[in-house]
Write a protein that binds this ligand. Structure first.
Ligand SMILES: [Zn+2]
Length: 329
């Protein structure tokens, strides 16, 4: 990432706040960048580091040609340090080493930058050691702590850093990221609708869970229309065993909701926006069979079911009653 405008496309608030702070020379000594994986925390940290070190910025954008920029870009800047977990944690020795390097004066400028990736993985010792560092910033220093789990950070650290929250990824971005990682597009689009967290989205693909989940929900919906008497058998033999827990039943209900919304999209001529991209034929058939009123009722029924599962009603009972409502004319 080279310019603030680039960051602004996905993280407008963060980009504006940071850019303005550089322009006004009002940067905090320490920032906590928190947000899901893939939201651009790392790219923003490196951009800010360059904007901080560069001596000929324009509108807070690093020039990318000066010595400072080039060294920062290559990862060889003597006053810029990046720390990431050594194994499962960030160890106290790593923070001590960092302090040691920072205490060595004689570099060209007084500016020092450090980035701590996966900062929630700091051991208690490391966190306490870093805390002292944050409390007594030396010279012109800039610390950036990156985390996907801000709630796991020590409150004392949180209170000493300015928190910048990175907005969740849009479904389009999650889909693109998943497809780039090699996941099937027809499932990626659905996973992206179920969560904006890339790590969580990837978990749906473990043991092809999402692919099977999708098939089972489609079968249930198909039975409801074509073989209504079979739908209870499908529910008990296929759907409930696959979605046994409260949490997974919620996902099944989300998948149903996405389906009925797709049918509605086809009805209003927005087929290009459907989520079940390989099911256009069946969606079109249902768009013809189901009235808009009926579709609205179905969506309402699924939402009610979600609420009841949440309110601790037995998921099995909720699903049975949902089927009855969906079968009504
Ligand atoms: Zn520069």
């Amino acid at each position: 990432m080279k310019h603030w405008q680039e960051l602004e496309e996905t993280q407008p608030t963060v980009a504006r706040v940071l850019q303005n702070s550089v322009i006004r020379k009002r940067l905090a000594h320490a920032y906590l960048f928190e947000g899901g994986r893939g939201t651009g925390k790392r790219a923003a940290a490196f951009l800010l580091a360059k904007a901080f070190l560069c001596e000929q910025t324009e509108a807070a954008n690093p020039c990318l040609t000066c010595r400072e920029c080039r060294r920062a870009e290559s990862g060889n800047h003597p006053d810029m340090h990046v720390i990431h977990p050594d194994g499962a944690t960030i160890k106290v020795e790593q923070i001590r080493q960092l302090k040691k390097e920072f205490s060595m004066r004689g570099m060209e400028s007084q500016k020092k930058v450090y980035v701590v990736e996966e900062a929630d993985k700091m051991s208690v010792g490391a966190a306490n050691s870093l805390l002292k560092f944050l409390e007594e910033p030396e010279g012109e220093s800039l610390a950036m702590l990156l985390t996907t789990n801000a709630y796991q950070m020590l409150p004392t650290i949180l209170s000493r850093a300015q928190v910048m929250s990175f907005a969740p990824l849009s479904p389009d971005r999650v889909t693109r990221a998943l497809v780039e990682e090699g996941y099937n597009e027809k499932e990626a689009g659905i996973a992206a609708k179920l969560t904006s967290d890339l790590t969580e989205a990837e978990q749906f693909f473990e043991e092809q869970w999402i692919s099977q989940a999708r098939e089972k929900v489609i079968q249930l919906i198909d039975d409801l229309i074509l073989r209504p008497f079979d739908s209870f058998i499908t529910l008990h033999e296929t759907v409930i065993p696959f979605f046994p827990e409260r949490e997974t039943v919620q996902t099944a209900l989300d998948l149903m909701m996405l389906w009925y919304r797709d049918v509605l999209r086809v009805q209003v001529g927005q087929s290009d926006a459907i989520v079940y991209i390989d099911q256009e034929e069946m969606l079109s058939k249902q768009a013809f069979q189901l009235s808009q009123g009926k579709l609205g009722n179905n969506l309402q029924a699924v939402m009610d079911a979600k609420r009841r599962v949440n309110a601790n009603v037995s998921p099995q009972l909720v699903m049975e009653q949902l089927l009855l409502r969906l079968q009504e004319g």
